[in-house]
Design a protein around this ligand. Structure first.
Ligand SMILES: *Cc1c(COP(=O)(O)O)cnc(C)c1O
Length: 448
């Protein structure tokens, strides 16, 4: 399998293709495009049938092998998957044809654990012996803890997580500062954008070349591909017939999660409708409605804070799959087939008021506890109920309600119980370094 850049059609676009390990370790193509696999494997009805009853790790091995074939043996991939995925996905029946899948049983209690744990192990596998790697992550919350926990204890790798000191929630900060070992939390006296700028300066600094910096960025193929796996897993858990198509509702920000469903469908998984649910950052629903893409800048601060994305990076990959080209600044060079997109994709923006009302409604009506991101999806489900009702529908709950105790307490009057994985994690000693909002401060730490 080779990987190309989504910008290859642009003037000065980057034509050469790369192997999986190159795309993984480079993160982003030299022309700032996103790496895409040249072809997608196709799973026949019989192959889908053989996935029934398999463990998550076994299904991950089947789905991901074609993407690493030639560079990693199937046995090595199976070992990585078994090591990465020891937790389940609870599937709660809510109503006649409607289920909630909780992707919150990993070490840091958000769906980002699925991608981060695979990526960390694949990185270790492909990192040449003796070579050291320094991972820098700027985070507004969930990404930093998922990446930090996934790389914890991995030899040869040091991780620095930069987060805005006053802009993460209490639980989110506890998760960042209690990983320890080779993972160092850096509390920046600034905003999320400042953290991102500091990280960018580090990547541009030639004096740091010897540190071998890597970004573990959310658009890395090593993070996107494993997000196709849980759609296969959930489908075989819920369906009885090989040709039974189901719908998925995905709370979305940067569109990496929903892209996993789009890729799964193109690999032969019977997915009927894919609902992309956003908060007030409504660039995607507006695009599907008007056919013209306009990014939202600056992004809007909504209660579902991990989805506060005004110009979703992975939209460039959707454009590519539907025959278009979109650059990182949100400029359309070639329009995709919008009619075809509308056939498969539904999208709607949900306000903060609707989000908190949905948390209350789902608890009252179904005794189902949602956090703000899942509630955005649940509200979107209700809006499209007519279009979805003929099939089984699964809503992905992307984080554990215990990550957002303040809002759950405010809406439901109780604090959600903290899951075991998170409890264990919160027992670790806390350690953070507070840093001034300037690049020099980070550089001193890195060179120390
Ligand atoms: C990151 C995140 C999202 C958004 O996922 P994308 O892949 O960026 O669309 C949704 N919910 C939670 C809890 C997240 O952490």
């Amino acid at each position: 399998m080779k990987y190309f850049s989504t910008n290859r059609h642009l003037a000065g676009g980057y034509i050469p293709t790369h192997t999986f390990s190159e795309a993984l370790l480079m993160g982003i193509a030299p022309d700032a495009g996103l790496f895409m696999p040249e072809t997608l494997p196709h799973f026949s009805a019989e192959q889908l049938q053989t996935m029934r009853g398999k463990t998550y790790a076994q299904i991950a091995t089947e789905v991901l092998f074609p993407f690493v074939e030639g560079q990693m043996s199937k046995d090595d991939l199976a070992a990585i998957a078994a090591d990465a995925y020891g937790f389940d996905i609870p599937l709660e029946n809510i109503d006649k044809n409607f289920w909630v899948a909780r992707l919150d049983q990993g070490a840091t209690a958000s769906f980002k654990d699925f991608a981060a744990r695979f990526m960390a192990r694949a990185t270790r596998y492909f990192l040449p012996a003796q070579q050291k790697l320094t991972v820098l992550v700027a985070t507004s919350g969930d990404t930093g803890s998922a990446i930090g926990a996934a790389f914890q204890g991995i030899e040869g790798v040091k991780v620095y997580i930069l987060y805005p000191q006053r802009e993460v929630s209490f639980v989110q900060e506890q998760q960042l500062i209690r990983i320890g070992g080779n993972v160092q939390a850096l509390a920046i006296d600034g905003k999320f954008d400042d953290c991102q700028n500091i990280v960018k300066q580090a990547f541009a600094d030639k004096e740091l070349t010897s540190l071998n910096l890597s970004s573990a960025n959310s658009i890395n193929v090593g993070r996107v591909l494993p997000q196709a796996v849980y759609y296969f897993y959930l489908w075989q858990k819920l369906t009885e017939h090989t040709d039974e198509a189901i719908n998925f509702v995905v709370p979305s920000g940067n569109l990496g999660n929903s892209l996993g469903a789009e890729l799964a469908r193109r690999m032969g998984l019977p997915v009927e409708r894919l609902v992309i649910a956003t908060n007030a950052n409504r660039a995607v629903p507006d695009f599907l409605k008007n056919g013209i893409y306009k990014k939202i800048s600056p992004s809007v601060a909504a209660v579902s804070n991990a989805m506060n994305v005004g110009n979703p990076s992975n939209l460039a990959r959707y454009f590519e799959l539907y025959g278009g080209t979109l650059d990182k600044d949100g400029y359309t060079h070639q329009a995709p087939d919008i009619a075809q997109m509308r056939e498969h994709l539904l999208s709607v923006a949900i306000s903060d008021t609707e989000t908190v009302e949905t948390i209350k409604y789902f608890y009252k009506k179904y005794a189902c506890v949602l956090e703000p991101h899942g509630a955005v999806g649940a509200a979107a489900y209700r809006k499209f109920q007519d279009k979805l009702a003929a099939r089984k529908t699964i809503l992905l709950e992307t984080a554990h309600p215990a990550k957002f105790p303040e809002i759950v307490m405010q809406e439901l009057g109780f604090a959600p119980p903290v899951p075991k994985a998170l409890q264990a994690f919160l027992q670790n000693p806390a350690h953070k370094i507070e840093l001034a909002n300037e690049y020099k401060a980070l550089k001193n730490i890195l060179l120390a």
